[in-house]
Structures are given as structure tokens and as C-alpha cells.
Design a protein around this ligand. Structure first.
Ligand code: UDP
Length: 377
């Protein structure tokens, strides 16, 4: 058997970055990946309509981290893309995050300045110091009317929980704007990889020191591997420990059922993403991939997203109950000095893509500095 210095479970962002970093210092790396492709949930491909689509939902890259931005630029060219989201509310199409246009369209008001918008928010919001959950976070920012129209039911559909049952941080991902800015994110760098995410990952992993074993469940083959220096595990943390702390109380994840449809028309909707925060439909949003990068095709592909309990875990569910169960796994994980738990599922954290890149890069620096220091002593 080939020598392996570093064993990595999962070929998503965390796994790919660590593989590349270790390969670059001469380590022999093996990645074991359960799926039949690399790139984790960033995986994209050209579909039957000739459109680049993401298999696991739209991935919009945005970051303020210079280090991450420099790193991803080594492996792909990127084109600027400022993501926008429209929501279908009261039969109107309004911008998300809430801005001046959102309020004017929904309430027929005529706000034109930041001061007027701040005044509107002050009249409508329910000030709450240190919001303890998602409901308080939204009420504090925009008040009960917009909470009901745009957040309460969307969240129920997305998480099968009302915002009151989730950490404030989940809802705090969405800001409120007092101007006309209709961008979903406000980070310095907002871009998409020119050849798609799969190509980006191919380039990250293109190294003679990296081998990848696809369609292999690590837990089926783990006895065949030993003698490596380090193991990086990027899968669900509870799976690693055979769900031992979940016998009575299961660590929750949300999965998404993506229902794709070809529409025989140039376009289906006015924007790449349209959210449906109301109860009139049971999906959360419709993605029309053709908008990303202004792709050309006779037809268009749309994907409705239905969030579900069962299926591949995509989202951890941040709330005190899950945090408590996770902390039991974390205690076990911390004891395993040569196994590193990295990424969204292994850390049970709702990371954005750039945070996943950053954590993997930081972990590598941390571990390698340790080694350099030890060798120097
Ligand atoms: N959210 C909502 N209405 C919206 C958009 C978002 O209630 O129109 C809430 C919902 O709980 C969601 C959270 O805000 O899970 C974070 O939204 P984000 O767009 O960051 O979710 P992601 O794109 O990661 O699924």
C-alpha cells in the first residue's frame, strides 16, 4: 500500500484546503470521499440545458478576509458577482434584506432618505436588549409586521422551528438596511469562480501528492488505514462517535430536497433567487441558475428548495439543545490529539464558505507552526 502521511475524510472545502496545504509541504495525502464527486456541497456541473447549476443549492462567495481571497485566487479566476435576493410577499416582489424599497413596496409609503427609514424602523421595531433567540433578534431590528411577513414562516419551513426556537445568530445573518442597498452581502469581495466551483476544487486538488478515493465510506474501510500522522475528519461529528450521545436526544441537521424543472422559456423569474417567506407554498425559495454569470441558453432550469429532516445533512441547527449534545461530542473529539475535526458538520457550526476556507488555512498554520517550534527545541 502507498505511504500515507495525512488522511482526510471528505473532499469539501476543509478537506481540499488541508490536502493542498499538506501536499505543498511534501506530505502524501489521501482523501476518502463518500460521494462520487469532489467539491462537497459546492459541486456544480453543466446540466442538460447547458446551464452551470449547483447540485446542492446556490453558493455565493463573499469575504472580508484578505488571506482567503488571495488563496482562492491562486486556483481560479473570479468574476465580480454581487448577489441579490427578491422575496415574494403579499403578491409583490421585494428586496431582502429589508431596505427602503422593501418598506415602500409593501406599505405604499414614500420613504426616500436614511433618516426617514430609521424613523420608520423606530416606530415599528420592538427594542430588545441582547436578543436571546431568532424571534427577538428580528423583532429588535424590524418589528412584528415584517417579522411575520418575511421571517417567521420562512424560518419554520427552513428549520421546522420557529425563530424563537433558534439562536439569535441564525436570523442575525440577515441585516437591515436604512438605504437602497439591495445586495445580500456587504463584504469587500463578492465573486464567483469563472469555470465553476468543481473546477476550482479540481485545481486545488491537482497535486501529485494527493490521491482521492471517491464513493468510499470511511467507516467501511477505516481498518485498512493506519500509520498516518494525522487524520482530518470533515463529516458529521456524531457519526464519527457512532451517535453514542444521541441515543435519546439526536443531534439535529437539516437537509434539502432540490426539485429541478426545465422551463421552456428564456427566463422564469426576474432574479437568481426568489424567496417565498409565506405559507402559500411549502418550498423556501426558487433558484434560477441561468442568472448567475448571465448564462445563455434557450431554456432555463429552476430548482425549488424544500428543507427536510432526513437526507444528507447540510445545516446544523443552532440552538441550546443541540449545542448541549454537540458539547458532549466536542469533549470526546478534543481528547483525540491526532484527529482534527474540521468544517461545518464536524464542528456543528453554520459556517459560510469563506469561514470554512479560513478555518482550514488557520488550522494548517497552527499545526505546522507547532511542528516547527517542536523541531526547533
Ligand atoms: N430568513 C428568513 N427569510 C428570508 C431569508 C432568510 O426568515 O427571506 C432566515 C431563515 O431563518 C434563514 C436565515 O434567515 O435560515 C439565514 O438566511 P440565509 O440566507 O443566510 O440562509 P442560507 O442561504 O444559508 O440558507
Amino acid at each position: 500500500m502507498k505511504q500515507i502521511d495525512i488522511l482526510i475524510i471528505g473532499a469539501g472545502i476543509s478537506g481540499a484546503v488541508l490536502a493542498e496545504r499538506y501536499a505543498s509541504i511534501g506530505k502524501k495525502v489521501l482523501i476518502i470521499e463518500k460521494r462520487n464527486h469532489i467539491a462537497g456541497n459546492c459541486y456544480d456541473y453543466i446540466d442538460k440545458n447547458g446551464i452551470l447549476v449547483s447540485k446542492y443549492g446556490a453558493h455565493l462567495f463573499h469575504t472580508n478576509e484578505e488571506l482567503v481571497w488571495k488563496y482562492v485566487n491562486i486556483f481560479s479566476q473570479w468574476y465580480p458577482w454581487e448577489h441579490k435576493v427578491i422575496a415574494h410577499v403579499d403578491n409583490k416582489m421585494v428586496p431582502v434584506p429589508v431596505n427602503i424599497t422593501t418598506v415602500n413596496r409593501l406599505f405604499g409609503s414614500n420613504i426616500t432618505t436614511e433618516d426617514e427609514m430609521k424613523g420608520w424602523l423606530n416606530e415599528n421595531r420592538t427594542p430588545i436588549e441582547n436578543p436571546k433567540n431568532g424571534e427577538e433578534a428580528v423583532l429588535n431590528k424590524i418589528g412584528p409586521i415584517l417579522y411575520d411577513k418575511m421571517f417567521k414562516h420562512y424560518t419554520k419551513k427552513q428549520w421546522d422551528k420557529f425563530p424563537i426556537e433558534l439562536d439569535a445568530s441564525v436570523l442575525e445573518r440577515i441585516p437591515v438596511r436604512t438605504n437602497y442597498d439591495d445586495r445580500y452581502f456587504s463584504d469587500t469581495y463578492q465573486a464567483l469562480p469563472k469555470g465553476g466551483y468543481t473546477q476550482l476544487f479540481e485545481n486545488i486538488l491537482k497535486h501529485h501528492n494527493i490521491d482521492i478515493l471517491l464513493e468510499t465510506d470511511y467507516f467501511d474501510v477505516k481498518d485498512q488505514y493506519s500509520g498516518y500522522e494525522k487524520l482530518f475528519y470533515t463529516g458529521p461529528v456524531d457519526r464519527f462517535f457512532e451517535f453514542k450521545h444521541s441515543l435519546t436526544e439526536k443531534l439535529e441537521y437539516r437537509s434539502i430536497n432540490f426539485v429541478s424543472e426545465t422551463v421552456d422559456a428564456p427566463f422564469f423569474q426576474e432574479n437568481s433567487v426568489v424567496n417565498y417567506p409565506g405559507m402559500e407554498v411549502d418550498f423556501t425559495r426558487i433558484i434560477e441558475y441561468k442568472h448567475f454569470g448571465n448564462q445563455i441558453s434557450d431554456k432555463t432550469t429552476i430548482v425549488r428548495e424544500f428543507t427536510v429532516d432526513e437526507g444528507e445533512p447540510y445545516y446544523p441547527v443552532p440552538n441550546p439543545r443541540n449545542e448541549m449534545i454537540y458539547s458532549q461530542y466536542k469533549t470526546e473529539a478534543d481528547k483525540l490529539l491526532d484527529v482534527h475535526f474540521v468544517g461545518r458538520l464536524a464542528n456543528y457550526k453554520y459556517f459560510n464558505m469563506d469561514q470554512a476556507f479560513k478555518n482550514a488555512l488557520d488550522l494548517f498554520s497552527e499545526l505546522e507552526t507547532e511542528i516547527t517550534q517542536k523541531t526547533a527545541v
